[in-house]
Structure formats: structure tokens, C-alpha cells
Ligand binder design. Structure first.
Ligand SMILES: Nc1nc2c(ncn2[C@@H]2O[C@H](COP(=O)(O)OP(=O)(O)O)[C@@H](O)[C@H]2O)c(=O)[nH]1
Ligand SMILES: [Mg+2]
Length: 340
């Protein structure tokens, strides 16, 4: 789809996809008992809905792979922890380390780490739902060069191993060109490719939108099979929609995001819960908007990995059947003879 064709309706500028799920003034009040949160029932309903959508291991389908991408400091790791808390009936936990994005410790290593169901899905009762695998991708800078598109393509097509430093691939592209990288690099590696991409940026208007990087994601996602792209702006508590209207518009236009694939959210963070109640519980008012987005992300699509085709039963050996019939007839014949 050409990006220029996206003309979001007026209400989208005023109200992001999840607007209706926050209080008007975003005054999230953490409670010691999550049942006191006005969104408690809605959270549980949404979890059940998500479980219905993903189905169980019995279906034979593999779980979806969802890549979380963005430039450092945008809130990727925080979003992952918020998604995990939204699925949880227990508490928020720092499963993905976050916050180390200051200039002094820029994420120089480009790699991805995957979080499978067992690492994040904490519920009182264990269950068999096919919760997705998330890939936290660090170290991409605001870079639209063909090299960045090629690196994203390598990851999206499942040709990079988990935790593999992408430096080698970057060097290969620098020496031989991005075309050669895709042509030769890691042809043998075959992880499951990425099924969805969630691009995460901060709403902070003082931080430039990483336009080059967003263009690279868009290009990489549309290159072969179209991978659906979703967009999340974080820090809504500090920069509500009316303050960052232009930023929302640019972000959505750059990624060609229709309303249902965009969310402007608040992550679990100290700014929202100064008393640290979330270390012992969840905050359904934060979870509900994120679960709404996850419901959209997880909805089945035509390009999703198909069910494995059942292996046909081995063909019956004609000789064995003939021999069996012959043996039965011989048995009957012997019986008849002996009765005479
Ligand atoms: N106030 C507020 N801070 C946030 C929010 N999301 C992330 N942060 C903060 O932004 C900083 C960077 O987040 P992080 O998840 O490490 O970004 P990453 O580098 O993209 O993984 C951290 O200090 C977070 O606490 C949010 O919604 N609201
Ligand atoms: Mg991070």
C-alpha cells in the first residue's frame, strides 16, 4: 500500500486507537488490590479474548513471532514488560532490562533476544495457550541506508540466530554491499520468520522521530511478503495526544498506520506509580489499552504460518492383505475339514 494513500480521519488525530481506554486526564491510580481498579473486569475479559484468538498447543500451530523495534530510549523494553504484566494475574516484573539508553551507554550491539511464553507468562494456573514469542531488537540507529534495510530483512526472514551480534553482517554489507549480504549471508540459518513488527517510539516532542529508521522498517516489511507493522508511541502520561498531535500524525504517516494498528500508551514506570505498588501487583488501567493493541496484533492473518499438513498413513501393503485373506481362508478350510 502506498503511504500517501493513508489519510487518517480527523478523530484519529484527537483520539489514538486506545484513547477511550484511558481516563480523560490519564490519572492512573495504582491500587494494592487490582480488583479495586476500575478496569479489573475489562482486563480479565480481554485476556480471555486474547487466549481465544491465539488458541492452544493442541491446534498444532507454532506461536507467532513478534519483533519489537525502535531506536534506543523509545520504550521498547518497557513496552515488553508492560505487555507481560498485562497478560499476568500476578505482578509487573522487570523481565526485559530497561532504561540503559543514556548517551554514555548507547546500545552499540545490534542483536535480538527472544522471549518465549515460559519466560514471561506468569499466571496462577498454568495453561496451554499459544502465547507469542517476542523479539527485543536492540542497537538499531536512525539509519535508512540500504544496509539497515538489509539487516532488518535478515532478521525478518529468520536468517539471524538469537543473540548473534549483527556486527559481522554489518561488516559484510560494508565490504560487499547490501545486495551481496542478502544474497550470501546465513542462507543455511532458518529460524521462524517474523510475523508482526511493532515499532516503538517515545512521544517526547524534544526527541526527533527517527524518520530514516521508520522508512527502513517500512521498506524491509514490504519487501518480500508484507509483514504487518504496528506502531506504539510511549510516555503518553507526559505527552498526551493534544500536546503531540503533529508527532502522532507524522509517526502514523511514516509507517502508513491505520487507526487499528496504532496505540499511544503509558508503560509501567516510576512516573506512574511513585510508591512502587506494581512490584507486587498489576495496574489494570495500564494493561487494558495494551491488551486492546495485542488483540489487534494477534488476530489471525492469511499469511500466518499454516497448520502442519498431517502425514498420510503408510499405504497398505497389497501383498500383506492378500496373505491375510489367504490365511483366513486356509483357517476356515482346516476347520471345515476337521469337522467332517
Ligand atoms: N513516564 C514514562 N516513562 C517511560 C514510558 N515508557 C518508557 N519510559 C522510560 O523511558 C526510558 C527508556 O525506556 P526503555 O524501555 O529502556 O527504552 P528502549 O531503549 O527502547 O528499550 C526508561 O527510563 C523508561 O522508564 C512511559 O510510558 N512513561
Ligand atoms: Mg531496551
Amino acid at each position: 500500500m502506498a503511504r500517501s494513500k493513508i489519510r487518517p480521519e480527523k478523530d484519529v488525530w484527537d483520539n489514538s486507537f486506545v484513547e477511550q481506554y484511558y481516563n480523560r486526564d490519564h490519572d492512573i491510580v495504582p491500587h494494592e488490590d487490582p480488583k479495586d481498579d476500575p478496569k479489573y473486569d475489562e482486563k480479565n475479559k480481554l485476556i480471555r479474548r486474547v487466549q481465544d484468538i491465539v488458541g492452544t498447543h493442541g491446534s498444532g500451530k507454532p506461536p507467532l513471532n513478534i519483533a519489537i523495534v525502535g531506536t534506543p530510549g523509545g520504550g521498547k523494553s518497557s513496552l515488553l514488560n508492560t505487555i507481560f504484566a498485562s497478560f499476568s494475574t500476578e505482578r509487573w516484573t522487570e523481565i526485559v532490562p530497561f532504561g540503559s539508553f543514556g548517551r554514555a551507554h548507547r546500545q552499540r550491539t545490534t542483536r535480538f533476544t527472544s522471549y518465549v511464553k515460559d519466560t514471561y507468562y506468569k499466571r496462577r494456573e498454568p495453561d496451554d495457550y499459544l502465547m507469542p514469542t517476542f523479539l527485543d531488537m536492540t542497537g538499531f540507529e536512525d539509519d535508512e541506508s540500504e544496509k539497515c534495510v538489509a539487516l532488518l530483512e535478515l532478521v525478518c526472514t529468520g536468517r539471524i540466530k538469537e543473540n548473534e551480534e549483527l556486527k559481522q553482517a554489518k561488516d559484510y554489507a560494508a565490504n560487499n554491499g547490501p545486495g551481496a549480504l542478502l544474497e550470501r549471508y546465513n542462507r543455511g540459518v532458518c529460524h521462524r520468520p517474523v510475523d508482526r513488527i511493532i515499532v516503538v517510539c517515545t512521544s517526547n516532542p524534544l526527541v526527533n522521530l527517527p524518520e530514516n529508521f521508520l522508512n527502513a522498517v517500512w521498506e524491509a516489511s514490504t519487501k518480500h511478503r508484507a509483514i504487518p507493522v504496528y506502531g506504539v508511541l510511549t510516555c503518553r502520561d507526559k505527552y498526551p495526544p493534544d500536546v503531540v498531535r503533529d508527532r502522532i500524525e507524522s509517526f502514523r504517516n511514516l509507517l502508513a498506520l491505520p487507526k487499528c494498528r496504532f496505540a499511544h500508551i503509558i508503560n509501567y514506570c516510576d512516573d506512574i506509580d511513585t510508591e512502587g505498588l506494581h512490584f507486587d501487583t498489576t495496574i489494570p488501567s495500564l494493561d487494558v489499552p495494551v491488551l486492546q493493541l495485542m488483540k489487534q496484533v494477534l488476530n489471525p492473518r492469511q499469511d500466518d504460518p499454516p497448520l502442519p499438513t498431517p502425514t498420510p498413513p503408510p499405504p497398505l501393503d497389497i501383498l500383506a492383505i492378500v496373505a491375510f485373506i489367504f490365511a483366513v481362508m486356509a483357517f476356515i478350510y482346516v476347520l471345515l475339514i476337521s469337522n467332517r
